[in-house]
Design a protein. Sequence first.
Length: 69
Amino acid sequence: MSSTPCIRCGKDRVFSKKWTEKVLDRGTPITYELYVCPDSECQKVVDAKFEEMRQRKAFVAAKKEVKSA
């Protein structure tokens, strides 16, 4: 596997966990792997930034849905 650097500090990310979920419509299992920054404080900042981006995206989608209704 190739290395994946942290988007904030550039350190090589490390394996955290692995899990499998089934796709509802097909029943096909999908395996996910989570890699995180080895610096836990840096990872907290990255997680917070991604959460902020998810909330902003959800807000824009909800606003767009209200406009079209």
